[in-house]
Design a protein around this ligand. Structure first.
Ligand code: M6R
Length: 643
């Protein structure tokens, strides 16, 4: 939650003929913020520093979306800057007002922050006692003043007026260390001071922060999207590290104060992957990215001998053979992907799989041992609840495998092994392609374990892989054939106030996901149920005209299929409007369906990769018909980095 971005270019840069990267901090920050806006959009702001004699530190901020900040900047017309920091906010401490927007200014410096400072009340009292007047309700402003108090004291201890920019930057590094040592909670903090206009000082604990390494300029961001338009060379930041960035150097100190060399990598996403590419919304674009997301997640997983290989699987095969339980920890859509995984992995590997919402996991004293494999699923790799669940599982001796989309993210780095989904950047808050690629990665994991543990013969694994390989084309065809009809349906039903989603077996998590999509983008009451559960209570909700989506399993599995047909009849008999998602050629559904959405045939366990697609399209269409912003739904942020 919250996105932060930093840029520092050369000091000689203000003149237009300056070095590359010169004077363009504002441009970089606005580009970065527009790419990070999915992390929070309650307010936005920037602080710019420049080395000349005029106004050396400029802070501009505005409540609401980034466009409001752009308008405020047009009015303020700030001069070109050598360094700057920016922030897009998802409010925690204090409402979404301009006063509470970041950056927060204190003395000569300005600060942006992602995270929550848990001991901020005591620190606020201390700062006020020191004579500071706070203008906002935020924990961040307290940190800005603590930093400035410490920094001012260090400056005063030197010879008055003789501290040059380099010395000022070095002193602010010391202040950052001293202040962050006192903070409880989570933070990624960036600070600039007008006394060091060619520097950004930063620190991190449990909130995401990555470095972008440029040519004669350097960057910071909550994730690589912040700077991917300018550099694809990135470096990791670990917990409790303090950083000093200048145009041509990045210095990183560890918790003990030693200079360390960060791990670096090349970002494989290019900036164009994070633009709408002709679609009306990111959600539309990402729905259409899904065939590629599945194909890319499957890419390069089979060796010359036809065996499934997971190169990233750094867990000893002997350990994987010995595990007697898998616990999936995840939140929201990622947890529903885990729910699908349970059906596949238990069936293929005969290992019990439990699904835990990550935020419940560590508080209920779960039974975890060295024989447990914990699988953490997360698009962002930064969901705080999931990070804590991974840490808790590892403390109990479990190995943790991460299924993550974002390279270099905290969960990817803390887990024992990572299976990357290759969905590319997902910008819309509502997860679509991440869900589908997470399920795909779970299938790969299940098949890999089945191969390793001898639960499936090589030709059986090869058959499943062949079927998986056909899924991208099937999703493509489904989009081509059904999208218009499903969109129209969404528009027709835009005035409905309640929806039910029913499914059995792997259709059940898809029903949950269909309901979540509608809730989060269209703000409509929607519930997903296991179809068999209906008669145990939820059927009381059914009344004349209530739209009920039913995901029908293939008729090739008559035990499941026939039961779901009975469930459709039960709700229809009570007046429901039935919208049935069924396999092509399944005519048994026709008499009981008001609308049928036809899906290409696929193996039962792989059915979610197809059946969820119309539910995503429907939610987006209905939300748009209601005039809503589907990419940035109210109250939400893409990445939930607070507990
Ligand atoms: O980044 P993560 O996959 O860990 O995020 C988990 C959930 O917050 C996320 O899936 C959320 O439920 C989606 N916005 C739903 O569309």
């Amino acid at each position: 939650m919250c996105g932060i971005v930093g840029h520092v270019g050369p000091l000689n840069s203000i003149n237009p003929a300056g070095a590359p990267g010169s004077g363009r901090s504002l441009e970089v920050l606005l580009d970065g913020l527009s790419r990070l806006e999915y992390r929070g959009y309650d307010s936005a702001g920037i602080a710019l520093v420049r080395p000349d004699d005029g106004e050396r530190l400029t802070v501009v901020k505005a409540a609401g979306k980034l466009d409001n900040l752009r308008a405020a900047l047009d009015e303020a017309g700030p001069a070109p800057a050598t360094a700057g920091i920016g922030h897009t906010r998802w409010a925690t401490h204090g409402g979404p007002t301009t006063e509470n927007a970041h950056p927060h200014r204190a003395g000569t410096l300005a600060v942006v922050h992602n995270g929550i400072i848990e001991n901020f009340r005591a620190l606020r009292a201390e700062v006020e006692e020191a004579g500071r007047t706070l203008l906002s309700a935020t924990d961040t402003e307290v940190v800005a003043h603590l930093l400035d108090l410490d920094f001012s004291a260090r400056l005063a201890a030197g010879e008055a007026g003789t501290v040059g920019p380099d010395a000022a930057a070095a002193l602010l590094v010391e202040s950052m260390r001293a202040v962050t040592d006192r903070l409880e909670g989570t933070f990624a903090l960036l600070a600039v001071t007008e006394l060091a206009p060619g520097a950004i000082i930063a620190a991190r604990r449990s909130s995401p922060l990555v470095i972008g390494l440029g040519e004669g300029e350097n960057f910071l961001g909550s994730d690589v999207a912040a700077f991917v338009a300018f550099t694809t060379h990135a470096a990791e930041v670990d917990d409790d590290q303090v950083l000093l960035l200048t145009a041509d150097a990045v210095t990183v100190w560890d918790a003990a104060g030693n200079v360390v060399t960060p791990n670096t990598w090349e970002v494989s996403w290019d900036a164009s992957a994070a633009v709408k590419g002709g679609y009306e919304t990111f959600m539309d674009k990402e729905i259409h990215d899904q065939p590629t997301a599945v194909a890319d997640t499957l890419l390069g997983r089979v060796n010359d001998r036809g065996e499934l290989v997971l190169d990233e699987m750094r867990i000893d095969p002997a350990v994987l053979r010995s595990i007697d339980k898998i616990i999936v920890v995840a939140c929201g859509t990622a947890a529903y992907a885990g729910h699908v995984a349970k059906y596949a992995i238990e069936h293929w590997c005969r290992i019990p799989v439990e699904i835990e919402l990550a935020h419940e996991f560590r508080y209920r004293d779960p039974i975890v041992s060295e024989k447990t494999l914990t699988v953490a699923i997360s698009q962002s790799g930064e969901t705080m609840d999931t990070i804590h669940a991974v840490r808790h599982a590892r403390e109990q001796g479990s190995r943790a495998l991460a299924i993550v989309n974002t390279y270099g993210s905290t969960i990817a780095r803390e887990a024992d092994a990572v299976l990357y989904t290759h969905a590319g950047p997902e910008v819309a808050v509502a997860s679509t392609k991440a869900f589908i690629s997470q399920i795909t990665a779970c299938y790969l994991l299940g098949l890999y374990l089945a191969q390793l543990r001898g639960n499936k013969w090589p030709d059986e694994v090869a058959d499943y892989l062949e079927n998986l390989g056909k899924m991208p084309a099937k999703i493509e065809r489904l989009l081509a054939e059904q999208e218009d009809m499903v969109r129209e349906l969404g528009e027709q039903l835009a005035d409905q106030t309640s929806f039910l989603f029913l499914g059995r077996h792997v259709g059940y998590p898809v029903a949950l996901e269909g309901a979540l999509k509608l809730k989060e983008v269209a703000y409509v009451h929607a519930e997903g149920f296991a179809a068999g559960e209906l008669k145990h209570g939820p059927i009381a909700l059914v009344e004349e005209g209530l739209p009920v989506f039913v995901i029908v399993p293939t008729p090739r599995r008559p035990v499941l299929h026939d039961k779901v047909i009975s469930n459709i009849q039960e709700v229809r008999a009570r007046g429901a409007r039935t919208i049935v998602i069924a396999e092509e050629g399944d005519e048994a559904v026709t008499p009981f369906a008001d609308t049928v959405i036809r899906i290409p045939a696929a193996p039962t366990l792989m059915w979610p990769l197809l059946t969820v697609v119309p539910l995503q399209i429907f939610a987006a269409a209905l939300a748009k018909a209601r005039g809503l912003d589907v990419d940035q739904p109210r109250n939400l942020a893409k990445s939930v980095t607070v507990e």
